[in-house]
Ligand binder design. Structure first.
Ligand SMILES: C[S@@+](CC[C@H](N)C(=O)[O-])C[C@H]1O[C@@H](n2cnc3c(N)ncnc32)[C@H](O)[C@@H]1O
Ligand SMILES: Nc1nc2[nH]cc(C(=O)O)c2c(=O)[nH]1
Ligand code: SF4
Ligand SMILES: [Mg+2]
Length: 261
């Protein structure tokens, strides 16, 4: 859907978040793993990742289709997730992990995510939330990692007519994103870019979110070193010229595109 008006999504379009809210004592989890944060401000930090299953968007490029397009995983209790975070270790290290990343799928549509974040923080963990920011949920965290979805993320309308419409309606509720940012003690805004055609749209979204360019990270779309390397020559100079931070995807460099890393 490249070329469509960038701020066309309606703030009221997200009507069925409650369809995910069937049982808040347990959450459907696609995977948990200990790794290093591969993206953004905390790159390199040993972290325990909790990936909820289910998403209200359908980006064509989603690198975790097992948590969005074809959601997998069993329900887990909050207690078992907090216990696992306490005992988790990054491979080759005996050190306890102090940082937890709540990601997905879309963690903000998982009922119980607020309680999970609260209990992790009460246990002394630093909590990052990786979110596309389409749902207004008051959730306690230490870092909001907001990844607004651009028009080029929309799936092919010929292949996925229903999802193309829903995705387009839901992907960019600017007022909701502003509220998420205002509530968070710290934040980063992380865009995924597939082509230079998206530059103008990014500037328009940054302007409407009224965030400083130094809080903006730009990540190439891609799940291989070759894809990341192909984007760097056109993307890095543009980031530098605009005061944005170029964001590599270090987990791909370190581990390859492997599930659980
Ligand atoms: C799988 S998403 C889950 C969290 C949330 N649904 C979101 O999109 O922010 C985690 C991060 O991966 C990014 N991402 C997903 N697929 C990608 C791809 N093919 N290339 C680059 N980044 C990607 C998202 O933009 C987000 O920053
Ligand atoms: N190592 C590593 N870092 C990440 N940062 C954000 C991730 C995510 O999928 O949300 C992610 C991930 O999947 N792995
Ligand atoms: S919003 Fe995140 S999890 Fe959902 S489809 Fe897009 S990249 Fe995947
Ligand atoms: Mg990832």
């Amino acid at each position: 859907m490249k070329g469509r008006e960038s701020l066309s999504s309606s703030d009221s379009a997200f009507a069925d978040a409650s369809s995910f809210a069937d049982d808040s004592a347990t959450l459907r989890i696609a995977e948990t793993f200990a790794s290093r944060q591969g993206e953004g401000l905390l790159t390199g930090t040993p972290s325990f990742f909790i990936r909820t299953s289910g998403c209200n968007l359908r980006c064509w490029f989603c690198d975790t289709p097992y948590a969005s397009w074809n959601p997998e995983g069993q329900r887990r209790s909050i207690e078992s997730l907090v216990d696992e975070a306490r005992t988790a270790r990054v491979a080759g290290s005996d050190e306890p992990i102090s940082h937890v990343v709540l990601t997905g799928g879309e963690p903000l549509v998982a009922a119980g995510i607020g309680d999970l974040a609260d209990q992790l923080r009460a246990g002394g963990f630093h909590v990052t939330i990786e979110t596309a920011g389409t749902v207004d949920v008051a959730i306690g965290c230490d870092l909001l990692s907001l990844s607004p979805k651009l028009s080029a993320s929309t799936p092919d309308p010929a292949e996925h007519p229903g999802w193309a419409i829903k995705h387009e309606q839901r992907r960019l509720p600017v007022e909701t994103m502003r509220r998420l940012i205002e509530r968070a003690p710290s934040f980063q805004v992380k865009f995924v870019v597939d082509s230079p055609d998206e530059f103008e749209e990014i500037e328009s979204v940054v302007k409407s979110l009224t965030v400083e360019s130094s809080a903006v990270w730009i990540m190439p779309q891609g799940v291989t070193n070759d894809q990341l390397d192909a984007a760097a020559p056109w993307l890095r100079p543009w980031c530098e010229a605009h005061g944005y931070r170029y964001c590599d995807r270090m987990q791909i460099r370190w581990y390859g595109n492997r599930r659980g890393t």
